[in-house]
Design a protein around this ligand. Structure first.
Ligand SMILES: [Zn+2]
Length: 260
């Protein structure tokens, strides 16, 4: 398809140009806030205003779902959801609730090709998920189907997983888990429709499952809404012998956003 080929060339040229320009500018210009472009003292950071507006999740949180409590109910406290609907994975931790600046960053990384955002977002995720990380943990991104990967050209969750593995000095494997079939976008589906949509959607690449046996897995995604995607992945990873599966996302939808 000639149009596609032309676009690809243009795309590569402009991206290569901005990369070079970015490198030179990084040396010449003062660093900017990754969100609003205000001046900051260190590159790859938020300015004071954006930092204050970021809906960071702080202790106390539900021991399983990592959702914030309004008051401290003690070590290992569980939310009502964790008691009535315990997750298949062990623990979930997230940097922020999916609103405001956190939502802007997730959407910019995914749709505006701001792949540079994976660096600060991944570093914040290591901090938020530090209790989930041990020296033998394997980090894995929630995979995209290969056709969607072709459309988008990158998997934002794999970008985050790469930064997390590097910062925490642990293994990562972006290839082992794959989407066996293409699924509908989860947006607009209710909880049971989402579960049905992703049932059987994931599998391990043949012949590779031995690498997982007895090891703890940290599953990485950009945002968690109902959790049906990471639950489907967890089933596959546990069946393959992972000793535990924890989930680390940049953002978690709470309240109305959970059904977005
Ligand atoms: Zn800012």
């Amino acid at each position: 398809m000639p149009g596609f080929a032309d676009n690809t060339v243009l795309e590569r040229t402009s991206r290569a140009g901005s990369l070079v320009a970015g490198t030179v500018l990084d040396l010449l210009l003062p660093p900017r806030c990754v969100c609003c472009q205000a001046r900051v003292s260190l590159p790859g950071n938020l300015c004071g205003v954006c930092w204050r507006e970021m809906p960071f999740i702080g202790a106390p949180v539900c021991a399983r779902y990592g959702t914030p409590f309004t008051h401290d109910i003690g070590e290992g406290g569980l939310s009502a959801r964790a008691l009535t609907d315990p997750p298949l994975f062990e623990r979930l931790r997230s940097v922020a609730t999916y609103q405001g600046i956190a939502r802007d960053l997730v959407l910019a990384l995914k749709f505006n090709r701001r792949r540079d955002l994976a660096e600060p977002m991944g570093r914040w995720m290591v901090h938020a998920g530090r209790e989930l990380i041990s020296p033998d943990t394997v980090v894995m991104p929630v995979p995209l189907h290969r056709l969607r990967l072709l459309q988008r050209r990158f998997n934002q969750s794999a970008d985050l997983a790469r930064v997390i593995a590097r910062e925490a000095s642990i293994d990562w494997d972006p290839m082992l888990l794959r989407r066996a079939r293409r699924t509908r976008q989860q947006v607009g589906l209710d909880s049971s429709e989402r579960q049905k949509n992703v049932r059987g959607a994931f599998e391990l690449r043949q012949g590779w499952s031995n690498t997982l046996h007895g090891r703890p897995v940290l599953l990485v995604d950009d945002v968690l809404t109902t959790g049906s995607t990471v639950t489907a992945c967890t089933k596959v990873l546990k069946a393959a012998g992972a000793s535990s599966v924890d989930v680390l996302t940049f953002a978690i939808a709470v309240g109305d956003e959970a059904h977005d």
